[in-house]
Write a protein that binds this ligand. Structure first.
Ligand code: SAH
Length: 275
């Protein structure tokens, strides 16, 4: 018997209108929905950060005020050319140091990728903000539903939850899916839905998506991603290109797909199946 864990009530009413009415069940290959917060929480994120229990220690080496450290990071991101104010605000809000191992906390706000276990890495803040800005494609205010492939430690998913109405994030490694859920618990983001499964098949039940973003580099674009992208939507993914990897941007227009290949990047590989 398939089990469908409950969503926050708000989500059901939002999505019901947009979901295709046919084939309503979750296909056996589809990832299992796992909402990160069982109890619906409605206070906004910024207010919520004040609710973080005092018992959570301030990481050593960050000083007492990680807000200032993040603001310096945000200034650097702006200096690198990120202009989307919602992205910059999100990068200044989400505490990256909570997503990395305690031994790496001192490097959390440097523009560097860091190991997150199981051979995977959290992307550099510069790459996270660049890719999200590209995906938002000049949107003012929150964009619509977003699919992220590769939850990893959950950092980018948390940033996405600040700039989109709903975020579905899929991870193929159970250990990281569980870790992300733990890392994200304190934020209680009701619009972020963590899924365990193979992101190469996407998550049709949450689509069509205004944006799709992959944190793992593939050799070819999975057809499911194109199918699940809304017309007017944009996909950003690292892709094998010219012996390396480059950022691929695909716009789904009423006239068809428009692709561009941008700068070289270095991401962990996109793999099929779960482990
Ligand atoms: N956005 C993440 C980055 C994680 S690294 C963060 O902020 O931490 C990329 C992740 O993609 C890895 O955890 C890897 O396991 C995952 N991955 C690779 N192929 C995948 C697939 N087919 N489906 C889902 N996740 C995948």
């Amino acid at each position: 018997m398939k089990e469908r864990p409950s969503f926050p009530a708000r989500l059901d009413s939002t999505l019901a209108k947009n979901r295709p009415s046919s084939g309503g069940g979750i296909a056996s290959s589809a990832p299992k929905r796992m909402p990160i917060a069982k109890a619906p929480v409605i206070a906004p994120l910024v207010a919520k950060s004040k609710l973080v229990p005092k018992a959570i220690p301030v990481p050593q080496g960050l000083g007492m005020d990680s807000v200032a450290v993040r603001q310096r990071m945000v200034q650097k991101l702006a200096g690198q050319g990120v202009t989307d104010s919602l992205v910059l605000t999100a990068m200044g809000t989400i505490e990256r140091h909570r997503f990395v191992d305690s031994a790496l906390v001192n490097q959390a706000y440097e523009d560097t990728s860091l190991p997150i276990g199981l051979g995977q890495t959290i992307s550099k803040p510069g790459v996270v903000s660049r890719m999200i800005e590209l995906m938002r494609n000049g949107a003012t205010g929150r964009m619509g539903r977003v699919l992220e492939i590769g939850t990893g430690c959950g950092y980018q998913a948390a940033v996405l939850s600040c700039v989109a109405t709903e975020v579905y994030s899929i991870e193929r490694l159970k250990g990281l899916h569980d870790k992300a859920r733990d890392n994200l618990r304190h934020l209680r983001l009701p619009n972020l839905h963590l899924l365990f499964g193979d992101g190469m098949v996407g998550y049709a039940q949450g689509g069509p998506y205004a944006g799709i973003i992959s944190a793992a580099g593939g050799e070819a674009l999975p057809q499911a991603w194109i199918d699940q992208l809304a017309v007017g939507g944009r996909l950003v993914a690292p892709m094998v290109h010219a012996g390396g990897q480059a950022l691929l941007v695909v716009d789904k227009t009423p006239q068809g797909l428009r692709q561009s290949i941008l700068e070289a990047v270095h991401f962990v590989p996109l793999k099929s199946g779960v482990a």
